[in-house]
Design a protein around this ligand. Structure first.
Ligand code: AMP
Length: 255
């Protein structure tokens, strides 16, 4: 069995190394002038898709990103890693602020149908909102089987075998295509794009579409009331032995 077309969701997020700051008016976090990159779990998803193609188990890899114009840079990174073409779903302003897993899932489901995709590969979660919902919601909307938190993906005779990292250990599920897989950390180690591949990626096609063209309603029922920094941790106390530790814990009412 080979996969005809893989759709990989690549989200542009604030780079993992940046120290996040909350805006003074508490409406969100500061994004202006802050380094952004591809969400690390999406890099793993792209790598897996490209490996399937290199092993001739898949024919085409499409990278899709929903958000402002800069998302095209994220798509270019996916193209430099080996994706064949990109789709940028333009979402800006208030719609972008409200863009969450449900809205992205509706977009991905619409593209999957339009492009006749038979495998959607996503990150297990995006490190900005930490939602961990888009894969599951897209599977529900399309009524496709899902293999989330994948640490291994194997294409077998007529099935896709996905080993999942679950609380109690590892679970293997067998999916019939079309299906959705979300990538966990141990699935692979994503490659760095080489300079020649970055140059080649400039010639690859990125199609831009709007949510209206896709016929997707991206209105959200969620409202952000306030965004706050987590409370600062106070300094710890050094104890000499277990008795002192127990006494300290009693004192602060922890035991
Ligand atoms: P989340 O459910 O928000 O934690 O995101 C899980 C995965 O969904 C990400 O790793 C991406 O593969 C995909 N995804 C979420 N938001 C977007 C977006 N704006 N554009 C493209 N893919 C996205």
């Amino acid at each position: 069995m080979t996969v005809t077309r893989i759709l990989v969701g690549v989200k542009r997020v604030i780079d993992y190394a940046v120290k996040i700051r909350v805006k003074p008016d508490r409406t969100g976090v500061v994004t202006d002038g802050v380094k952004h990159s591809m969400n690390p779990f999406c890099e793993i998803a792209v790598e897996e898709a490209v490996r399937l193609k290199e092993k001739k188990l898949a024919q085409e890899v499409i990278a899709v990103s929903c958000g402002p114009q800069q998302c095209q840079e994220t798509i270019r990174t996916a193209l430099a890693m080996g994706a064949d073409r990109g789709i940028h779903v333009a979402v800006t302003g208030k719609d972008y602020e409200a863009l969450g897993p449900l809205q992205v899932s509706k977009i991905l489901a619409a593209i999957a149908k339009q492009q006749k995709v038979d495998l959607i590969l996503l990150g297990k979660q995006a490190i900005d909102g930490d939602w961990n919902q888009t894969g599951q919601m897209t599977a529900a909307l399309l009524d496709w089987p899902q293999g989330t938190f994948a640490s291994e993906v194997k294409v077998e005779d007529k099935k896709l075998c996905v080993t999942r990292e679950v609380d109690g250990g590892l679970e293997t599920v067998s999916l019939t295509l079309p299906a959705i897989v979300t990538a966990d950390l141990r699935l692979n180690e994503p490659r760095y794009a080489t300079l020649p591949n970055i140059m080649k990626a400039k010639k690859k096609r990125i199609e831009q579409v709007t949510v209206e063209e896709l016929g997707v309603d991206v209105r959200s029922k969620l409202q952000t009331v306030s965004v706050e920094e987590p409370p600062h941790r106070t300094a710890g106390v050094r104890v000499e032995n277990a008795e002192q530790l127990v006494a300290q814990l009693r004192e602060i009412g922890r035991i």
